[in-house]
Design a protein around this ligand. Structure first.
Ligand code: AMP
Length: 526
């Protein structure tokens, strides 16, 4: 097998198989069509950073190009690719026959791969490139079958491709395989690095730079208060129509479902495709009408508080502990000897109450009521004992829900507690329903008690108590516990808190990518 420094160059299926057999550990795979540039290099760095052996494939896949598209003129520079792929363990250059067993594969994609959710290809590039994503899946199925990677690294530049692949990945891989997305790498003038950029003349290249500028105009309009998608899309079109760029589409969609958004509410993706001279270029921008919100709900004892605190710290968002707000009201009622019932005196107390939240240096929530910092006092046993009855009072709930929604106007929160995803923040970017079986929660509770030096009751007793509490929570009249329809159920049995936080972080970045938020760390982490 030829080598270039420490890198191995693989030119046949048997060379690949031999290399894979010798590699031993996990394979981190970077599929490309060559014409490697800084964007691809960032993918390779991310793959390297995740440990394991890094394999880059260079293959211009005929089945994803329609007749009349640029399959024959697509940049092919294998020697340069080998130079650019430094820091890779192996580069694999399969031929069309190696992949498809035929030099002229059937481009009709008959029986070729897992079905794509139709809604994912009804917008953006879907209608403009019929059969394209089917062709991408056709090649990915074959590449993944051969390589069996532990990790596939792909660019957010092709957001729709990434989203389609994510949906199909479980069906494409025999073994568990993770997908690591990498933020868009751009040229100095903002144009995304692309193999096709090399085919532009200097004047076309200057024109192409107007693409990110037009998206920047849309972002400025959002900052100035514009929320109508038709206006934002038209703004981009108008700016580009005045140039030599020919616009295929400018479309505002939901980042996960890729469905059109009539107006911007939270986070959405504005995608654009244009033709410049001989090439078609893509770009997108994530537009935010407010900072993102994550809502975490679920039965008691599933670790919501710990998970929320860790997730908020990791993402640089604020932890909105709504349970603390109910505790603060319970504390106030106890201080004022207010009976736990809805009456005029309670109404008076709630109307004059000044509840303030602030966040300390470590993101911890500080809660003040009528000017008194009650962050510690609300954890006293007498408050703990009273709070379930206080939280069941409709008057209290109304006032606190209103306050929580007011915090949500700015966003930037991970909120945890009662009906977060259903009633308080129905437009949250990510809604999570955290669960664990009663048996698992009983085991955790027992371990927790033992750690505190207490003697836990038998597991069966704890389990029965938990099941009883679940039943009460689900059947109470005021805000019964239920899952948001579009919430993601995360079952935590048998997995560590860190793994749960990792999973939630990944779910969040499927909706709000790294780099979309001004506060975000843009380095991908595997
Ligand atoms: P391609 O060779 O264009 O098929 O791209 C191979 C992989 O590199 C895909 O996962 C692309 O999304 C990714 N990629 C291409 N250009 C960039 C870029 N400018 N920034 C980040 N990733 C990119």
């Amino acid at each position: 097998m030829p080598t270039k420094g420490a890198m191995v160059i693989l030119r046949s299926n048997s060379e690949l198989d031999q290399w894979l057999a010798a590699a031993g550990g996990p394979i981190h795979f970077v599929p490309t069509m060559g014409g490697l540039h800084r964007g691809h290099q960032q993918l390779i760095r991310a793959a390297r950073g995740a440990g394991g052996r890094v394999l880059v494939s260079v293959f211009v896949n005929p089945t994803q190009f329609a007749a009349g598209e640029d399959f024959t003129t697509y940049p092919r520079h294998p020697d340069r690719d080998i130079q650019q792929a430094a820091d890779t363990d192996a580069v694999w250059f399969p031929t069309v026959e190696h992949i498809y067993g035929d030099a002229n594969p059937d481009r009709s994609h008959a029986g070729s791969g897992p079905p794509i959710k139709p809604s994912l290809i009804q917008t953006l590039c879907g209608p403009w490139r019929p059969g394209h994503f089917e062709g991408v899946l056709m090649v990915m199925a074959r590449l993944l079958e051969r390589v069996q990677p532990a990790l596939v690294v792909m660019g957010e530049k092709d957001w729709q491709q990434l989203t389609v692949l994510r949906q199909c990945l479980p069906a494409l891989c025999e073994k568990r395989c993770r997908l690591l997305p990498v933020p868009v790498v751009r040229e100095g003038d903002g144009l995304p690095c692309s193999s096709r950029n090399s085919r532009l003349s200097p004047s076309q290249r200057r024109q192409a730079a107007l693409l990110p500028q037009a998206l920047g105009d849309a972002e400025a309009a959002v900052q100035a208060g514009e929320r109508r998608s038709a206006v934002l899309e038209q703004l981009v079109r108008a700016r580009l129509d005045a140039t030599e760029l020919r616009v295929d589409y400018a479309q505002l969609v939901h980042p996960l479902t890729l469905q059109p958004c009539p107006h911007l509410d939270g986070v959405a993706l504005l995608g654009v495709a244009v033709h410049v001279g001989p090439v078609r270029l893509l770009d997108h921008r994530f537009l935010l009408s407010r900072q993102p919100i994550i809502a975490i709900d679920g039965p008691a004892g599933t670790g919501k508080s710990t998970v929320t605190r860790l997730l908020a710290a990791r993402l640089g968002l604020l932890h909105l502990d709504t349970g603390a707000m109910y505790r603060a009201v319970a504390w106030l009622m106890l201080e004022n000897r207010q009976p736990i019932r809805s009456d005029a005196a309670l109404q008076q107390l709630l109307e004059t109450m000044e509840l303030r939240l602030a966040w300390g240096d470590h993101g911890q929530q500080v809660i003040c009521i009528n000017g008194v910092d009650v962050s510690d006092a609300i954890r006293l046993p007498r408050v703990t004992a009273t709070v379930p009855r206080v939280a069941a009072l409709p008057q209290v709930r109304q006032v606190l829900t209103r306050q929580q929604r007011a915090f949500g106007q700015q966003g930037g929160l991970v909120s945890e507690g009662r009906d977060m995803g259903t009633a308080v923040f129905p437009n949250a970017e990510l809604k999570v329903y955290l669960t664990a079986t009663a048996a698992e929660r009983a085991r955790r509770r027992a371990a927790d008690m033992t750690q505190r030096g207490q003697t836990p009751p038998p597991l069966a007793t704890l389990e029965a108590q938990i099941a009883e509490r679940d039943h009460l929570d689900r059947t109470r009249t005021e805000a019964p516990l239920r899952q948001a329809e579009d919430g993601v159920v995360v079952a935590t049995d048998g997995i560590t808190v860190e793994q749960v936080v990792d999973d939630l972080e990944e779910l969040f970045h499927q909706r709000v990518p790294r780099g979309a938020e001004p506060w975000a760390n843009t380095e991908p982490v595997a």
